[in-house]
Design a binder for this molecule. Structure first.
Ligand SMILES: Nc1ncnc2c1ncn2[C@@H]1O[C@H](COP(=O)(O)OP(=O)(O)OP(=O)(O)O)[C@@H](O)[C@H]1O
Ligand SMILES: [Mg+2]
Length: 222
């Protein structure tokens, strides 16, 4: 088993108001999955992705990555898991606006500090070619279309060959044709690079591409 949640509970508190966003979520993902979290708005998809991705903390329950209990780790250790084993793709791309395409994709490799500049350069060029952005290395994010920006963020998530890529509604800001191209790309990279993808979506077209669909309803697995 690659990733597992056990009795995950998440409660948001704003002032005196408490809201339970996840109830005893038990899930297991094998290596190489291409799985979609679906469910109505507010059902807990983002919350679950953020908890599994160590971006948010559950109140109780456990998360295991390759048998290691992530919920027992301190925040520095969790940051290291994010840096070394996780990639993220967001609905709004979240590229660094002051960095060009090349620099955005290079960034996670620089932070990893495990490769020489020459190795990183070769990897950036290879991945940009794979996601169909060859020749756009010097462009700034704002000089790209939405679909191209999302390709940059797919490349950025993938370049370090993480164990898992979490994608929260990766096609929500794209027209259906561009969205389908992004999902096709993710699927291809999932098969070629054997990277596990867990993504959330509202989009029927995207669901069609998923190999497994997990439905959330009011914070519970339906
Ligand atoms: N920071 C927060 N403080 C309080 N409540 C929150 C917070 N974040 C999320 N919630 C609540 O938790 C519930 C689950 O939210 P979440 O964002 O996980 O849903 P979602 O399934 O991703 O929805 P959508 O499809 O709209 O993105 C919602 O009722 C939401 O209002
Ligand atoms: Mg969401």
């Amino acid at each position: 088993m690659l990733l597992e949640t056990k009795k995950l509970n998440k409660i948001y508190e704003s002032g005196k108001v408490k809201f339970q966003a996840l109830y005893n979520v038990d899930l297991a993902f094998n290596e190489g999955e291409f799985s979609a979290l679906v469910g109505p708005s507010g059902s807990g998809k983002t919350t679950l992705l953020n908890c599994m991705g160590c971006i948010d903390k559950p109140e109780s329950g456990e998360i295991f990555l390759e048998g290691e209990n992530l919920t027992q780790k301190n925040s520095a250790q969790q940051a290291r898991v994010r840096k070394e084993k996780y990639g993220f793709i967001f609905q709004t791309y979240n590229l660094m606006p002051v960095l060009n395409v090349y620099e955005n994709v290079e960034l996670p490799m620089k932070l990893l500090k495990k490769h020489s500049d020459k190795e990183i350069k070769d990897m950036v060029y290879k991945i940009l070619d794979e996601v169909g952005l060859k020749g756009l290395e010097k462009r700034m994010p704002l000089e790209l279309s939405g679909g191209q920006q999302q390709r940059v963020s797919v490349a950025r998530a993938l370049i370090k060959k993480p164990k898992v890529i979490f994608a929260d509604e990766p096609t929500a800001n794209l027209d259906s044709k561009t969205g389908e191209a992004i999902i096709d790309l993710m699927h291809e990279l999932n098969e070629v690079e054997k990277v596990t993808f867990i993504f959330s979506t509202h989009d029927k077209m995207v669901m069609k591409h998923a190999r497994r669909i997990i439905e959330l309803k009011d914070g519970r697995i339906a």
